[in-house]
Every structure is written in C-alpha cells, then in structure tokens.
Design a protein around this ligand. Structure first.
Ligand SMILES: *[C@@H]1O[C@H](CO)[C@@H](O)[C@H](O)[C@H]1NC(C)=O
Ligand SMILES: *[C@@H]1O[C@H](CO)[C@@H](O)[C@H](O)[C@H]1NC(C)=O
Ligand SMILES: *[C@@H]1O[C@H](CO)[C@@H](O)[C@H](O)[C@H]1NC(C)=O
Ligand SMILES: *[C@@H]1O[C@H](CO)[C@@H](O)[C@H](O)[C@H]1NC(C)=O
Ligand SMILES: *[C@@H]1O[C@H](CO)[C@@H](O)[C@H](O)[C@H]1NC(C)=O
Ligand SMILES: *[C@@H]1O[C@H](CO)[C@@H](O)[C@H](O)[C@H]1NC(C)=O
Length: 276
C-alpha cells in the first residue's frame, strides 16, 4: 500500500510539472496580431476617461483586462467590458406612464453615478474582426444613442451578447438573427431608445435560453408572437416596459402553446387591461 501511495504521489508530481510546462509554453503564443490591431483600433474609438482600457498596451492582447483568448490558438474569444454608466441611462419615469417604479427611483433620488465606462459616438466596426468571439459584454457603456450596428450579426460564434444599458437607440437590426449560437441576449435598457419593427429574426435563434428586451419599445413590432411561440429553448423572457397592450399581444396569447420550457416570464409595466 505504501509503495503504491508513493507511486501515486510521484505520478501526481510528474503530471503537475507536465501541465506546468504546457501552460508555460502557451503564453509563448501571443495574441493574434490582426486581432490585437482590431482591439487597439477599438480602444482608439472610445473616450476612456476612467482608464478601463489602461492595461491595453504591449503586444500580448490576451493579457489585457477584459480580453480572453483561446488557449490553443491565441484568438480572442471573450470581451467583457462592463461599464458602470448609471447616469446616462437613468430611466426618467415621465417618459413611460406605465412605470410604477417611481417611488423607489425618482427625480429626487437618482442612483449614484460612477464614471467607470466607455463613451463613443458609435460601436467601432473593428470589433467585427474578432470573428471567434463567443462572449461579448458591452453593457453599461455609452454608445451615444447610435444604432446597434449590423456587423454584430457577423460574429457568428457568439453565445452571449449583452448590450444592456449601453446607450444604443433605433431599430434592433434583424442581423442579430444570424447569431444562431446565441444562448443569452440582453438588450434591456432603462430608457426606451431601442425599438423593434419586426421580431421575425428571433426565429433563427434556436438555442436561445435567456432573452431580455425590457425597455425596448415593441408597440410597432411585427411578428411579436414569434417571441412567445418560436423559441422553444427559451427559459427566461423579460418583456417589461415594452409598451405592449392587449391588442398587441392578447390575440396571440394561447397559453397551451406558449413557450414549453419557460420558467421566468416578466410582462410587467406594460399597458395590459383586464383579462386576456
Ligand atoms: C508566462 O507568463 C508568466 C506570467 O505572466 C511570466 O512570468 C512568464 O515569464 C511567461 N512565460 C513565458 C515563457 O513567456
Ligand atoms: C479563429 O480561430 C481559428 C481556429 O479555430 C483560426 O484559424 C482563425 O485564424 C481565427 N480567426 C481569427 C480572426 O483570429
Ligand atoms: C448584462 O450586464 C448587466 C451589467 O451591466 C448585468 O446586470 C446583467 O445581468 C447582464 N445580463 C445577463 C443576461 O447576463
Ligand atoms: C444576416 O442577416 C441579414 C438580415 O437578416 C441578411 O441580409 C444577411 O444576409 C445575413 N448575413 C449572413 C452572413 O448570414
Ligand atoms: C432584464 O433587464 C432589466 C433591466 O436591465 C432588469 O431589471 C431585469 O432584472 C432583467 N431580467 C432578468 C430576468 O434578468
Ligand atoms: C391553442 O393552441 C392549441 C394547440 O396548438 C390549439 O389546440 C387550440 O385550439 C388553441 N386555442 C385557441 C383559442 O386558439
């Protein structure tokens, strides 16, 4: 028994050193140069007063904060740039009479603003070069009421996309429907700057588990029923403050067909009245 224990310990030490050597070899492979230039171009496109991107110097972009690379290829797979912008996206109760939250957050009681976020007049297309991205979080930054760019639909490996409270406005581009690997999509915002003209794009998101469109104006959206019936994978759906009303949603609500896997459904703060 003792001999075997010794062998086990010996074997463990041996494999630990092997792993260690492999890891050591991995950080020899620096990040993909083209992707480093894209990230650098993105950095140049934003106003970064708080220094969120101050570690974005040097040749190995895989070491930059918020950036994660595939260990084997050195290609950027994750970009997590969560901003703390509360002020610019502060929800003003008077812009939506359906909101009843004004007792907790009102004009006299603004949330405390922090300035740790990026500011830009639009999302720079350099990010489209990060073709292997599976995770993209730009929430809480301020993209100056620019539209969500269509190129977002070319990041075809994305499984996580969070653009919540990031100061985007205008029509949600149907190109998001090209993201067939998407499991989590958060476009929620305190202000109704974003709106949808047609929700048919959700039809292609067959892996989607979590969809948050709270604060997106859906009053003019065609195919809103697709959201309720055509994403069988959906587990969590938030459609709070979407300006929905009975006429818009009522005819579609057939509870026996609704979202077979749904565990969480938020339809609060819309304009529903009476029974469906
Ligand atoms: C790998 O990274 C570590 C920590 O960043 C560093 O100390 C080490 O010198 C690097 N190894 C190689 C081979 O570059
Ligand atoms: C994405 O990853 C593949 C390997 O999986 C690699 O060949 C390719 O160069 C990467 N693309 C970019 C833009 O780095
Ligand atoms: C998106 O980011 C915000 C922080 O900015 C976070 O609170 C929220 O949970 C994220 N959404 C998802 C679905 O992870
Ligand atoms: C992405 O979606 C748009 C609009 O739905 C479509 O016109 C375009 O061809 C799609 N692109 C790819 C690469 O699938
Ligand atoms: C959806 O987004 C809103 C606003 O950002 C947030 O308050 C809510 O918690 C989110 N819902 C879920 C289920 O994460
Ligand atoms: C609701 O859907 C079920 C299953 O598809 C169907 O049998 C039923 O007739 C529908 N009810 C209404 C009121 O449309």
């Amino acid at each position: 028994m003792r001999g075997m224990g010794f062998h086990l310990i010996f074997a463990s030490i041996f494999s630990l050193t092997t792993i260690h050597r492999c890891l050591g070899a991995q950080n020899m492979s620096l990040c993909n140069e083209a992707e480093r230039l894209s990230l650098f171009k993105f950095k140049e496109s934003v106003y970064d007063e708080s220094g969120m991107l101050s570690s974005w110097v040097g040749s190995d972009c895989c070491q930059w904060s918020g950036v994660h690379c595939d260990a084997a290829t050195g290609s950027v797979v994750s970009l997590r740039l969560t901003g703390q912008n509360i002020w610019n996206n502060y929800y003003f109760p008077e812009s939506n009479p359906a909101d009843e939250d004004s007792s907790t957050e009102n004009e006299d009681n603004y949330p405390v603003g922090q300035d740790c976020y990026l500011i830009s007049k639009e999302l720079d297309s350099s990010l489209a070069e990060l073709r292997n991205l599976t995770y993209l979080d730009l929430s809480g930054n301020d993209f100056g009421k620019s539209p969500i760019p269509e190129f977002i639909g070319s990041l075809k490996w994305l499984s996580y996309l969070n653009l919540s409270n990031a100061g985007f406005s205008g029509i949600i581009p149907s190109h998001i429907g090209n993201l067939s690997k998407l499991e989590i999509l958060d476009l929620s915002a305190r202000n109704q700057y974003l709106w949808a003209d047609d929700m048919a794009w959700v039809f292609s998101l067959s892996l989607l588990k979590h969809l948050n469109l709270s604060g997106v104006d859906l009053i003019r959206a065609q195919n809103i029923d697709m959201v309720l019936y055509m994403i069988p994978s959906l587990v969590e759906l938030s459609l709070s403050r979407c300006s929905l009303n009975n006429a818009r949603l009522g005819p579609y609500l057939n509870l026996s067909r609704l979202l077979p896997n749904i565990q969480y459904l938020d339809l609060s703060k819309n304009f529903f009245q009476g029974p469906f």
